[in-house]
Write a protein that binds this ligand. Structure first.
Ligand code: SAM
Length: 257
């Protein structure tokens, strides 16, 4: 096992057993689950998860950690030695023959890319339980009008119901990060509740709107205005990106086709 945590892999290992137990209780792993852990590291959460499910698939990029994981969990663990951003989660669900549950104390340096990588496969997912920097979780769940409301909030709230759970202090990890962490639960919205027809249009629109969040949308969305009916969704050209609700972004994106 590697003794030194690797910064480039965002390694902050959970050592607080109480905290691990609380997180596993939130996940509530069951024998019927097809569960995937992102970044098992030294297996802090893996043990509790496998205890509940009997079997687990885990994706770990750091090969120095593999032997110890295999020694500890043997056949019960299927280890994928890959960068999570290159893993095809749709085919993992296909192989499992059922929607998957995803869990992870995510490497903080690539937490947003992981969240965006998982967006297109949300229809194959039961739920996601992640540990992230608290500041990122606050941005994910932020309501419109708040300072932290942004692209991450709109794109994720369009696809998932989300709830911030536990706050985890730096002292629970080795090495200790500089900031608080938090657990977030994410449940993909069912097909009937999904209002997005065109994810690409939504993504472009939201990126443009928040490019300069303090500017009015008559400037930020100038390239789209001739194809948008702002009044139809209750907006004026003087509105700013952070004042526009998720439903309004969705309606605008749907106008773009
Ligand atoms: N789950 C362990 C724990 O709670 O102690 C480790 C969490 S640590 C914050 C993040 C883990 O993700 C590390 O084990 C790291 O090696 C792994 N990791 C980092 N980048 C990765 C990537 N691109 N793909 C897969 N795993 C990655």
């Amino acid at each position: 096992m590697a003794d030194q945590a690797k910064k480039r892999f965002g390694q902050n290992f959970l050592h607080d057993k109480n905290m691990v137990a609380k997180i596993v209780a939130i996940v509530d792993p069951r024998p019927t689950d097809a569960m995937v852990e992102i970044g098992p590291g030294r297996g802090a959460m893996t043990a509790g998860l496998i205890e509940g499910t009997g079997h687990l698939t885990a994706i770990e990029i750091d090969r120095d950690l593999h032997q110890a994981l295999t020694d500890t969990f043997g056949e019960r663990l299927r280890l994928i030695a890959q960068d999570v951003l290159t893993v095809d989660f749709a085919s993992l669900a296909e192989q499992a023959g059922q929607p998957i549950r995803i869990v992870g104390n995510l490497p903080y340096n690539i937490s947003s890319p992981i969240l965006f990588h998982l967006l297109p496969v949300a229809d194959r997912v039961v739920d996601q339980t992640f540990m992230l920097q608290k500041e990122v979780v606050d941005r994910m769940v932020a309501p419109e009008g708040s300072k932290t409301y942004g692209r991450l909030s709109v794109m994720l709230q369009a696809r998932y119901d989300m709830e911030r759970r536990l706050i985890v202090p730096p002292g629970a990890f080795t090495p200790a990060p500089k900031v608080d962490s938090a657990i977030v639960s994410m449940w993909p919205k069912s097909a009937e509740r999904l209002q997005v027809r065109n994810w690409r249009a939504l993504s472009e629109l939201v990126t443009a709107a928040f490019a300069t969040r303090r500017k009015m949308i008559r400037n930020n969305l100038a390239a789209y205005l001739d194809r948008l009916d702002l009044a139809a969704v209750g907006l004026k050209e003087t509105a700013r990106a952070e004042e526009i609700a998720v439903e309004q972004y969705l309606a605008l994106a749907n106008q773009l086709g």
